[in-house]
Design a protein around this ligand. Structure first.
Ligand code: ZN
Ligand code: ZN
Length: 362
């Protein structure tokens, strides 16, 4: 990201201060802090007013903050008379917007005690809406992360063998994503085998893979903070059972219906229905208990989201989305297929290119 990027993000944020009816915005969450300033440290706060922009952090990060966040003035939080509360008091702002979903009750209580007389406005979201539209540099990183994830996921049929534990397979995949250039994992690799495949977010354990297992692998590489997300479902054996094939086909067709039909301007609910309706019609409504998808970026789950409950959320062009229907049958297993798309004016551009072939010949 260039300095211009951060200058324009700051300017866009400032235009929102009057809407929120605040004099200043206090950013305490890691992803918003990084998106606004470029600072990747684990501790620090941003204070943004109409005319000033401060990054307050402690001794450990002064050098890093100066290098990474040139659009912000560094506020050195040390000695104790230079705590965040003092910056707030000195800023001249009387009404402070805070990130209500990030600042803890303890943190706010302490700030309010030390910086007396300020008014706090609890904002459920701040710059998250601005983050929904990715710029070219962000898209480049997401595409690279998706390509690494594709490349490693494509190795699952060669790697997964009976007798191997879920954890061993997860570690192999993690290692390969790192070796392929991932700077981190987007989240811990999910390997769910046999009956565990019925648990959408199973943590890989000591269970050994067996012939005839359903296998769900969900993973994502991260490059410079930007994430990817991909799920493939497999069957351990060259000839999947009839019931496995039926469930797989249903999920695959439901996902294809979304990839064919999604357009900007549709509601989140209408897009979700493209997948949920055929699954429900086949008698599996209660076996698809999560939303259809989500956006991602610096966070693995960002807005907008695709869900049945969001009847009034219009999905615009320019957003990244996952499309991930699934069917989960207790004690049997499950199937989920997840791809990443960029929604353009003309429809979806598929960012995931890993094949969808469930059979793993042993
Ligand atoms: Zn996923
Ligand atoms: Zn996902």
């Amino acid at each position: 990201m260039t300095i211009d990027t951060y200058t324009s993000r700051l300017a866009a944020t400032r235009t929102l201060l009057p809407q929120w009816q605040v004099d200043a915005l206090l950013i305490t969450s890691a992803s918003n802090r990084r998106w606004l300033s470029g600072f990747t440290g684990s501790a620090g706060s941003l204070l943004i007013t109409a005319t000033s922009a401060f990054l307050a952090t402690d001794f450990r990060y002064w050098v890093q903050a100066t290098a990474q966040a040139p659009t912000f003035s560094l506020y050195r939080q040390q000695p104790p008379e230079r705590e965040l509360a003092h910056l707030l008091a000195e800023s001249g702002a009387a009404i402070i917007g805070i990130e209500a979903n990030h600042l803890t009750v303890g943190g706010l209580t302490e700030l309010a005690r030390k910086a007396e007389g300020l008014n706090w406005v609890h904002l459920p979201v701040t710059v998250e809406r601005l983050r929904e539209q990715k710029d070219a540099a962000e898209l480049t990183l997401i595409r690279r992360a998706a390509a690494i994830t594709d490349q490693v996921m494509a190795q699952v049929p060669a790697l997964a063998r009976p007798g191997m534990s879920e954890r061993q397979l997860a570690w192999e995949l993690e290692k390969r994503m790192r070796e392929a250039g991932a700077t981190a994992l987007a989240f811990e690799v999910i390997v769910a085998s046999g009956p565990h495949a019925a648990l959408p977010h199973h943590r890989p354990g000591e269970r050994l893979l067996q012939p005839g297992d359903a296998l769900v692998v969900d993973m994502g590489a991260e490059i410079d903070g930007y994430k990817s997300d991909l799920t493939r479902s497999f069957y351990l054996g060259h000839d999947p059972s009839a019931d496995y094939q039926a469930i797989y086909q249903l999920v695959h067709q439901a996902q294809s219906a979304v990839l064919d039909g999604i357009r900007p301007g549709m509601t989140s609910q209408a897009i979700d229905a493209l997948a949920r309706d055929p699954i429900a019609a086949a008698g599996h409504r209660e076996h698809f208990g999560h939303g259809l998808g989500h956006s991602l970026g610096l966070d693995i789950h960002e807005g907008p989201r695709l869900a049945h409950s969001l009847a009034h959320s219009i999905i615009p062009a320019g957003v990244i989305l996952t499309v991930e229907p699934g069917i989960y049958l207790p004690d049997w297993g499950g199937v989920r297929i997840e791809d990443l798309i960029l929604l353009t004016e003309d429809g979806p551009e598929l960012l995931s290119h890993c094949p969808k072939a469930p059979a793993i010949p042993l």
